[in-house]
Design a protein around this ligand. Structure first.
Ligand code: NOJ
Length: 746
């Protein structure tokens, strides 16, 4: 009875919430209608137009744009991007307030990994598999950005990427749709905080819709050729997760998908996003992507491109000026209906109302708040913790790490030992010229004043000179341990930074060989925005840390990890290939009719005859200074069938068998043994992060349910098929410790 009462109360409460939310929506819709009733067609089209400010362009800027502030005063602009700082933002909003209807501007910005404080690049943060922490990191970014007048970020990038040649792999969460979906939703929650009505919230933007990460050959902006099944099964889930998390906006993408530019895709924008997913926000084009349809050969001119884009559901034009120059004529020529324009404008205005901008267009413009909100010590602490969790220990033979405090002399060698601003990586907003970011060397010297840290540069990042080798070798010989800080340059990943050769650049690996030849114990730290290839190092250097670009606190975080103040816990969200020829290589592949059973099994098998079948480092890989034992003592596992809404509980004991406290990310994979269409050899379906003291044990329980077994059939319907399944629990996709079989029955 009591239970029934609680159930009724809960139901009544959720009905109340739904009613309040839809009442609020009605109120906003009425306000939108009343503004739209006063708008001329030209003013409506103005709302659909977005201009770059004058800070930095991330694409070709249309020449001869006249005076942007005048255009804003004429009501010809709905949003701007790249306007930095409240003073500057105010100048633009003042201009909007001089327009006839005083419709406030939106201020957009690529807040990709932090605003004033730079956080690790998104791919690095994804190594944490810590969605709460990622949400927190975006919360800091949103708090800072909104204090500077920004109310819209073009983030998160939720593109699945299986190709590390693609420079933008750094901006996403890697190759897995399940992990990618959790992270996408966390980032949206982080940016949008308690809701769009709050002044510390910025509107998020799920991008790039869709399949941009699958550019052929990993070459940025390239075409994508993909079955709809693959699109739905692997590439769309993070977008759906962002939509379900309430993301305010979507951005379409530069690529064509199966012959149709995403910008003109009715299927993606109108049918999938707005109809099937019931998305109420608006879609912005990517930079100039409407105009670029002329280059694609899809539109003859901007007139035709504007018609195609607006018909497809692209609501706002970023920087191509196709809408502002053509939509009015298109309407007059009856090529575009009034209702298409009204739908787009209503979506944009609705967000402006939800942001509270009609009540107070200056609510994000508070110089006092800007002063007191940026670069706070508490935020730097979050950045340092996020950086800790982003580092992946790839290898630690002979337990060389953590380093001992008793070491008298440590040699620091390599082109990135003294890197400071470089630690921020690509897509960082360089807004403080005086920012002093501690390098790895600075941090180590500060933390260990009793140790002598010797330095030798060794070589540059990317040239052939070995002039520094002799000094590096001599320096190594003077030390007890050598720490080498190697990697790419920060501008080797990011937009338009695709590479055909992703080996550790220049002569760096040759330098590593020479240093290892001294016989000194060597630790290598790799900094990069993508998985690199460094096979000799992987085979011959005992300890390797992958540190990506960790941001403002990168130097401190690396020093913390080197000496064990933080025990590394990161796990790779993307596969590291042995060489470029293996790409695309990803863990959740199909089995083929001739699967290789191991690295050497190449006789008429799905394999390369000149390369092991396995990657260099697998999805989910990442070590700790301690060791974890998975004890298969499940006495509760009685069911071997799963029916209807049942759950299958699988438990085991996880024990910290090493000498350090540490966190394990226990991963659960499932394989559908027989299915039509085919299912992958394994798919991540759940994971748990477990922190244990040395010697401590904990029971870990996973619950497998029917939802986890769903997949898209040939008609793109989500289904389950009865039959045999395998559950795999382990420390990485290639390190499975516990297996279970069960049957799904109808
Ligand atoms: C182009 C990029 O593809 C997109 O991700 C970014 O948000 C815009 N430029 C604006 O800078």
């Amino acid at each position: 009875m009591k239970k029934l009462y609680h159930l009724c109360a809960a139901l009544a409460f959720s009905c109340l919430i739904i009613n309040v939310a839809s009442a609020q929506e009605d109120v906003i819709d009425k306000k939108v209608d009343s503004v739209m009733a006063k708008m001329t067609l030209a003013e409506k089209i103005g709302q659909m137009n977005q201009y770059n400010g004058d800070w930095e362009a991330t694409g070709p800027v249309t020449k001869d744009v006249g005076n942007k502030l005048d255009e804003i005063r004429q009501g010809r602009v709905g949003a701007v991007l790249n306007i930095m700082g409240t003073n500057h933002v105010k100048t633009f909003q003042d201009a909007a307030m001089q327009s006839r209807l005083k419709i406030p501007l939106l201020f957009g910005q690529d807040v990709i990994h932090g605003y004033r404080i730079t956080f690790p690049i998104p791919l690095a943060e994804a190594c944490s598999w810590d969605v709460d922490m990622i949400e927190k990191s975006e919360r800091v970014a949103a708090t800072e950005a909104s204090a500077s007048g920004i109310n819209w970020t073009f983030s998160p990038m939720v593109d699945i990427a299986r190709d590390p040649r693609w420079g933008r792999v750094m901006e996403g969460a890697g190759e897995d749709p399940y992990l990618g979906s959790l992270i996408a939703a966390a980032r949206v929650r982080g940016f949008q905080g308690r809701g769009l009505g709050n002044t510390d919230a910025v509107m998020a933007c799920a991008k790039h819709f869709a399949a941009y990460g699958a550019a052929i050959g990993g070459r940025d902006y390239n075409s994508v050729d993909m079955s709809l099944h693959t699109l739905w099964q692997y590439y769309l889930p993070p977008f759906k997760a962002a939509a379900d998390a309430g993301v305010a906006t979507f951005m379409n993408s530069f690529n064509d998908l199966n012959g149709t530019p995403a910008t003109a895709s009715i299927y993606l924008q109108r049918e999938v996003l707005k109809r099937d997913w019931n998305f109420k926000g608006f879609v912005v084009s990517d930079w100039g992507s409407i105009g670029e349809m002329i280059n694609h050969g899809y539109a003859k001119d901007n007139y035709e491109a504007a018609q195609q884009a607006v018909s497809a559901g692209n609501d706002m034009d970023m920087e191509s000026r196709s809408y502002i120059n053509n939509l009015e004529k298109l309407v007059k020529d009856q090529k575009v209906s009034f209702s298409l324009i009204d739908d787009a404008v209503a979506r944009i205005l609705r967000k402006k109302f939800e942001m509270g901008l009609f009540d107070d267009p200056y609510r994000f413009i508070n110089p006092q708040r800007e002063k007191s909100s940026l670069n706070l010590p508490a935020s730097q602490d979050v950045a340092r913790d996020m950086a800790h969790k982003s580092i992946v220990l790839l290898k630690n033979d002979k337990q060389l790490l953590p380093l001992s405090d008793n070491l008298k002399t440590v040699a620091l060698i390599g082109p990135l030992v003294k890197a400071k601003k470089e630690l921020k990586g690509f897509w960082s907003l360089d807004i403080d010229p005086n920012e002093n970011i501690p390098s790895v060397m600075d941090a180590l010297q500060k933390q260990h004043p009793q140790t002598q840290f010797l330095f030798s540069y060794g070589c540059n990042i990317d040239d052939q000179s070995k002039a520094g080798f002799a000094d590096a070798v001599a320096t190594a010989k003077k030390a007890g341990v050598v720490v080498m800080v190697m990697g790419e340059a920060p501008d080797m990943t990011g937009e338009a930074k695709s590479k055909s050769n992703i080996h550790l650049p220049g002569v760096q690996e040759e330098l590593i060989k020479e240093i290892v030849a001294t016989g000194k114990p060597v630790v290598v730290i790799m900094m990069a925005g993508r998985p690199m290839v460094f096979n000799w190092t992987a085979d011959n250097v005992p300890s390797i840390l992958y540190a990506w670009w960790l941001g403002s606190q990168g130097g401190n975080a690396i020093a913390d990890v080197l000496y064990g103040a933080y025990n590394p816990s990161g796990k790779l969200p993307i596969t590291f290939p042995r060489t470029e020829g293996q790409i695309p290589i990803y863990y959740n592949h199909l089995n083929t009719g001739r699967p290789a059973s191991g690295d050497k099994d190449v006789f008429y098998k799905s394999a390369y005859i000149d390369l092991p079948n396995s990657p260099q480092y697998a999805f989910g890989h990442g070590l700790s200074y301690t060791t974890f034992q998975y004890i298969d003592d499940d006495t509760y596992y009685t069911k071997t069938t799963l029916k209807d809404n049942d759950v299958l509980n699988i438990s085991f004991t996880l024990k910290n068998t090493g000498n350090y406290a540490g966190e394990e990310t226990v991963q659960l994979y499932i394989r559908d043994m027989v299915s039509q269409p085919l299912r992958p050899v394994k798919e991540l379906k759940d994971f748990k992060k477990v922190f244990l003291q040395p010697g401590e044990s904990r029971r870990v329980t996973f619950s497998v349910n029917r939802d986890m077994l769903m997949f898209y059939d040939d008609n793109l319907k989500l289904i389950t098929q009865p039959g045999d399944f395998q559950v795999m629990i382990g420390s990485a996709s290639d390190d499975i410790r516990i297996k279970r079989a069960f049957e799904l029955t109808n």
